[in-house]
Design a protein around this ligand. Structure first.
Ligand code: PMV
Length: 309
């Protein structure tokens, strides 16, 4: 059974568009896929075949032609929320591609795998940065720099996250152009915030590696403040962040494009349960996820590099 992870961005979303690194991690929830020989190529979600004229079918055909596989029935099972900015589409792309490659007995490097998955992603997102697919494939915690790819980070301690759906997601494209418009109107203020995020991401990475969870949590809160100043937060996001902090979270912020979508909170010593209870009582859909160092994979060339210990 091939597997891929959902993802959250922990720090640096939007700033990443302007060259600042972003930190992301794979969730325990994700996608499984199994390919079995069949008369014709078929893609099924929980036993239901996808429509012939759908983007998902087009993405499947794109991947099949690149893998050069024979006819397979690929059964997909998704155990994460879809359409809320947690990278479900990229995780499906990674799981389906891995399933086809496994069935063919192929053993590509991570970089080769991601090159194929980028064709899946392009059907949905036009010009994806690649952070979703890389995190879906690698899991664990990664630093992503636009145009340079990802580096796997070594965590000083386990992260316990709580994730809430704070509303329907906005279009990533629209939120990115909203930030660009803000930048045009407030150049100086924007550049100052960008530099602040650059510094906080650098420090956040050091905190993660040193296992300094309270330091990391404070930087999540600081990042949330700076993202709110770019008008990316919503009343529901602010509510989720406040409830999480009151329930013992070390930090909480929006994750991804903002304007809706999800909030991620870092659990403190009482774990994620009190946060999840507070969110559930307030009517938010939520779940927990542990982040642990992922299995060291084959050393990927170019775009993907291992951080030296
Ligand atoms: O929509 P998501 O969760 O994949 O996150 C988008 C992240 C942005 O920084 C807002 C955009 C980007 O291309 O990096």
């Amino acid at each position: 059974m091939a597997r891929a992870f959902g993802k959250v961005i922990l720090n640096g979303e939007h700033a990443v568009v302007y060259g600042v690194p972003a930190l992301a991690c794979g969730l325990q929830r994700g996608v499984s896929a199994l390919a079995t020989r069949s008369e014709s190529a078929e893609l099924l979600f929980d036993g239901k075949a996808v429509e012939a004229e759908s983007d998902t079918k087009r993405a499947f055909d794109a991947v099949r032609s690149l893998v050069g596989s024979g006819a397979y029935r690929v059964d997909v099972s998704v155990d994460m929320p879809c359409g809320v900015g947690l990278g479900a589409s990229a995780a499906i792309g990674v799981a389906v591609t891995r399933a086809l490659l496994d069935a063919e007995g192929a053993r590509p490097s991570s970089a080769e795998l991601l090159e194929i998955v980028s064709h899946w992603e392009r059907v949905f997102h036009g010009n994806p940065s690649g952070v979703d697919a890389a995190t879906a494939a690698l899991g664990g915690c990664v630093r992503f720099v636009k145009g340079q790819g990802v580096t796997r980070l070594r965590l000083g301690s386990r992260l316990q996250l709580a994730i809430a759906v704070a509303g329907p997601p906005s279009s990533t494209l629209e939120m990115v152009s909203q930030v660009r418009a803000f930048r045009e109107r407030n150049r100086e203020q924007f550049e100052r915030s960008l530099e602040a995020i650059r510094t906080l991401v650098q420090n956040a990475e050091l905190c993660l590696e040193a296992g300094d969870l309270s330091g990391f949590g404070r930087l999540m809160d600081y990042n949330q403040m700076l993202l709110s100043a770019w008008f990316l937060s919503t009343p529901a996001i602010e509510d989720c962040c406040r409830l999480a902090r009151e329930a013992g979270a070390l930090g909480a912020k929006l994750t991804g494009a903002g304007g809706g979508g999800c909030v991620v909170a870092l659990a403190g010593e009482d774990g994620p349960e009190p946060i999840l209870r507070a969110w559930t009582a307030a009517g938010f859909q939520c779940f927990e996820s542990d982040v642990v160092d992922s299995q060291p994979g084959p050393a990927p060339a170019g775009q993907l590099t291992e951080q030296s210990p």
